[in-house]
Design a protein around this ligand. Sequence first.
Ligand code: AMP
Length: 549
Amino acid sequence: MLGSMMDMPLLVSNILRHAARHHGDAEIVSRRVEGDIHRYTYADLFRRAGQLADALTREGVRPGDRVATLAWNGYRHMELYYGVAGMGAVIHTINPRLHPDQIAWIINHAGDVHLAFDLSFLPIAQAIADKCPTVRSWIAMVDADRQPAAAIERLTNYEQFIAGGSTDYQWPEFDENTAMGLCYTSGTTGHPKGALYSHRSTVLHAYGAALPDAMGASARDCILPVVPMFHVNAWGLPFSCPLVGAKMVMPGAQLDGKSLYELFEAEGVTFSAGVPTVWLGLLQHVAQNKLRFSTLQRTVVGGSACPPAMLRTFREDYGVEVIHAWGMTEMSPLGTLCRLQNKHLKQSDEAQSKVLEKQGHAIFGVDMKIVDDENHELPWDGKTFGNLLVRGPWVIREYFKGEGGDPLIPDAQGKGWFPTGDVATIDADGYMQITDRSKDVIKSGGEWISSIDLENLAIAHPAVANAAVIGVPHPKWDERPLLVVVKKPGAEVTREELLKFYEGKVAKWWLPDDVLFVDAIPLGATGKILKTKLREQFQDYKLPQNDGA
Ligand code: AMP
């Protein structure tokens, strides 16, 4: 027997309609690439997104067509998210930090029919326009009088583009499984692959992300997503914020510590989200200038492991709660977030910090398990590491255009699980902790050493600005850890002091075999340490003569 409730599809246009009706005066404040601050409301966003959807329809964009963006976080990018997806087409957000050739490859693979770009990315548009035959117009996201005089064929500007659309657009209703968004993985090896989100997966993810023990977003919040809208939909915030009616603050291109701090204070930001490298910059600015956060209450840190030292600084020095989060492009992206439960509140600060260092608890909707290399499930004891597998309604089933074949691993009942490529432990309470990417874990004498643990410990040293650990070949032990360190400006520390710093904190055989000091550690397009690059850089490196034991 079927239930007798209405079959109303879960569509992202309904999120925005809800925001416009119920939180119509909640603001979206954007720092524009042009340098000024722009303000409007969800009611304005709804109207202009409709105008864009109508203009796209008049331009011949059909349901299922891909419309691309190369853009920072801002109100026009929000209009594109909703206008494109709301009319049944697919919003394809491209990471502008990729190499232009890779961007052109992605555009051609996706077959994008229009591409909207922020002025900062004009050089990219100019470099690749001739190589992207499917793109019918290049839309500069500026006012009509600021359209650049660039040598790009089929160049227009956003305001002129939407001017032809009606503000009374009738949003269509269609199957909730329709594709709405496309995002390519960072692809450190080979070509990137596309994750194609549906309206249903995105709306369910927006609900899940907003829950109190996930991000805990509310209409009383003022939310500044530092995580870019070109990186897995800014972790879903462009959907969760209007869903709850939170004020949004969009930082545009200025993601340095000073610019972010000024925006936090000027707009009364209560909640933010970003990768650890961004927070390093912000915390340095705040410490150097002896500043305080007057409104910031909590921040989500994810994308790579949040160093425990950062968590403590936020918590103990500034009274800001850190919510450690884990996810991936293939998961829309949220899988777990770390919040305390009732039983932890009775524990010491130290014990609470230990829990908060983990990547956290699965949001309802994500099922996870750890398995060994033969796909046997491993115990949830907080110690045993295994390959982390997930399933759920916002987890990828296959890549765009079926690239790479079937990625899922079936269990005994034939249900498919997505292998995350991460190695993790899960404790008896269900808190997951990432030990490593399976490619980065250091395999020494048949045992595994966690590069993340060694990095976190190094970053806790007062003279260390950033650290990375890679495995280097060893004749006897297979691989041994090499610590690569960037010192803080003006700070001094020696190899011996750093190695001593590890003593008593890790097993003796985990100690790095050597320490190298460098000026910078290579970061990828989403702010993560590029271990592949580091391994290449140190491929001829020879470990000092010892047996590594
Ligand atoms: P991406 O798809 O580019 O967002 O990358 C996803 C990968 O980033 C995951 O599979 C993890 O390896 C890594 N990652 C994301 N969040 C965390 C975290 N909190 N701690 C450690 N690794 C993380």
